[in-house]
Design a protein around this ligand. Structure first.
Ligand code: SF4
Length: 339
């Protein structure tokens, strides 16, 4: 499986570089796995967070590079530490020991062969909790096949179905067609399954689920982050999800879009990013927009939907240079690149 890095076409970017020899492509990572941090995370959707929190592993690098990425320090600036496959296995088992509900790999599309090997070995060494795949959905089916039978819960984004936005914000005009195909594959390979929790738990961030009674052990949750000033694009996404994912997957509407202040000494990169953000209004959502979202929610009437409260608090924005990148209520760190 690791030979896939040799002329890398693991994702639709098809860079064809030899990552085994230390070359890098669009994702900026060689074949060595780099991790930024691992933690029990309490901000995922209620049946994924459940009681113990999601055992989240933040992978360094990314094959999409959204101009607005809140995790840009690790996705685009390389913050993290190289780890071996055995250290990855140890990390999974440590998160399980700390009573995490699942193992949740965040943005690992460019490292699928290594992560698949880690999951396989971890399962042989006693990993029992479900494994989640938290992804932008900019993924080839051939690469997803490597995760077949290893991942239980798929957490794909459907960021936009507008090729013009996809080009300006992440230089990937094919994102809509690639993401639709990837999400269809995930839905066809997974059944939504839940188990009852011993006691209901309170989660206030999601408006329609202040109290949850069950946790997910397999299935698909498709996420859509509403972009300010682009509600028309959101409606197109919701229509596609209604026709293709309703009743087969849960839908998660996120209203947390927050402009990120990029600390970047590279003037060209900073300017490119800022120019990309001009494709939309790069601000918090307004109350008026949030009310419009409520209307869309009632029109489309999904069978299983989460949506976030509108919140103008930006204190949750992560800083991965800190041992605690989030707030103490949102995350309990287990491992950090700088420790
Ligand atoms: S995984 Fe990275 S190197 Fe490979 S094709 Fe995608 S962006 Fe290029």
């Amino acid at each position: 499986m690791l030979n896939a890095y040799e002329r890398c076409n693991l994702c639709p970017r098809k860079c064809l570089v030899n990552r085994l020899n230390g070359q890098i492509g669009f994702c900026k990572e060689t074949a060595e796995l780099k991790i930024a941090c691992a933690m029990k995370h309490f901000g995922e959707e209620p049946p994924v967070t459940a009681i113990g929190g999601s055992g989240t592993i933040f992978v360094t690098g990314c094959n999409l590079h959204c101009a607005f990425c809140q995790n840009y320090q690790i996705s685009q600036r390389g913050m993290g530490k190289f780890i071996s496959i055995d250290e990855g296995v140890e990390l999974c088992l440590k998160l399980q020991e700390s009573n995490s509900e699942n193992i949740n790999f965040v943005t690992g599309s460019h490292a699928i062969p290594t992560i698949a090997t880690i999951i396989e070995k971890a399962k042989l060494q006693g990993l029992k909790i479900p494994v989640c795949w938290n992804t932008s959905s900019y993924e080839n089916i051939e690469s997803l096949e490597m995760l077949s039978g290893l991942v239980d819960i798929w957490l794909p984004d459907l960021k936009t179905l507008n090729p013009r936005i996809a080009q300006s914000v992440f230089q990937a005009p094919d994102y809509p067609s690639v993401a639709k195909k990837a999400i269809r594959w995930m839905i066809n390979h997974t059944e939504n399954k839940f188990v009852a929790l011993d006691k209901p738990t309170e989660i206030s961030e999601y408006q329609n689920t202040t109290s949850i009674l069950e946790k997910m052990i397999s299935g698909v949750i498709v996420r859509h982050l509403v972009l300010p000033g682009r509600l028309g694009d959101t409606e197109i996404v919701l229509k596609w999800l209604k026709d293709n994912a309703d009743e087969k997957a849960c839908i998660s509407l996120m209203s947390q879009y927050t402009p990120v202040n990029f600390e970047d000494n590279n003037f060209t990169q900073k300017t490119e990013r800022e120019n990309s953000l001009k494709a939309f209004q790069n601000r918090l959502l307004t109350k008026k927009e949030f009310d419009e979202i409520q209307k869309l929610i009632s029109i489309y009437d999904f069978s299983y939907l989460f949506y976030q409260e509108l919140d103008d608090d930006t204190g949750w924005l992560p800083d991965f240079s800190r041992p605690q990148p989030f707030s103490a209520t949102l995350a309990h760190p287990v491992w950090h690149w700088n420790n």
